[in-house]
Design a protein around this ligand. Structure first.
Ligand code: CA
Length: 225
């Protein structure tokens, strides 16, 4: 199996060294970046398989780095931080992080979490390469941009199609309405989160994925195949 490349973004050298040692021992190829701007360069150059990102950096905030990475690259990000409140955790996850670890950390846990996001990511990429999604009597062919139910083509609007595809590509992951708005409609979209609700309702009706597109009360939605 190919060695996984990990980029550690942490300004405290002592912590970065501990992490580097721990991951190298587990067979990872490790690079370290000590500032946010250097980290953005390093991701572009080294194309790491995953990023371990500290929240507190000297130049950019961890969330800024996280948001920029999530926008530019498809790469799993694990946030590392001393903060541990629920709000901070949600904030990090909304910025595009895939998981979250609080300091002080247990090295074995950090490695396990990074491995878990890598596995999830590889799996989702495998599905993406096939570019065909089947759920019950529904078949979505990404290349053809078609949605078939019992072999019959469905008429989805472009946004409905994009939102459906997004859910299919991220099974079992919960998304807030705000995140869905950002990902599907973009940051400059002027509408509100009700837009997401309306689209989800329409997709449920058209595709028959009534049970699979789950409402998470007070949070948002997830797709459970
Ligand atoms: Ca730090």
């Amino acid at each position: 199996m190919k060695r996984k490349k990990l980029l550690i973004i942490e300004d405290e050298r002592a912590i970065a060294d501990i992490l580097r040692y721990g991951f190298e021992k587990e067979g990872f190829e490790v690079r370290c970046a000590y500032t946010g701007s250097r980290a953005l360069e390093a991701v572009g150059q080294d194309k790491p398989d995953a990023v371990l990102l500290d929240w507190m950096l000297p130049d950019l905030s961890g969330t800024d780095v996280c948001r920029m990475l999530a926008e530019r690259y498809r790469i799993p990000i694990v946030m590392l931080t001393a903060r541990g409140t629920v709000e901070d955790k949600l904030y990090g996850l909304e910025a595009g992080a895939d998981d979250y670890i609080t300091k002080p950390f247990d090295m074995r846990e950090v490695v396990a979490r990074v491995r878990a996001v890598l596995r999830r990511f590889d799996r989702s990429r495998g599905i993406t390469e096939e570019a065909e999604f089947q759920c019950g009597d529904l078949l979505v062919k990404e290349q053809e941009h078609s949605v078939l139910r019992n072999g019959e083509a469905l008429n989805l609007t472009p946004r409905e199609y994009e939102l459906l595809l997004f859910f299919l590509k991220h099974p079992r992951q919960a998304f807030t309405r705000e995140v869905l708005l950002d990902r599907i409609w973009g940051y400059d979209f002027a509408g509100d989160t009700r837009t997401v609700d309306i689209h989800v309702q329409r997709i449920r009706k058209k595709t028959g994925l009534e049970k699979q597109l789950v409402t998470i009360f007070g949070v948002g939605y997830k797709y459970v195949p």
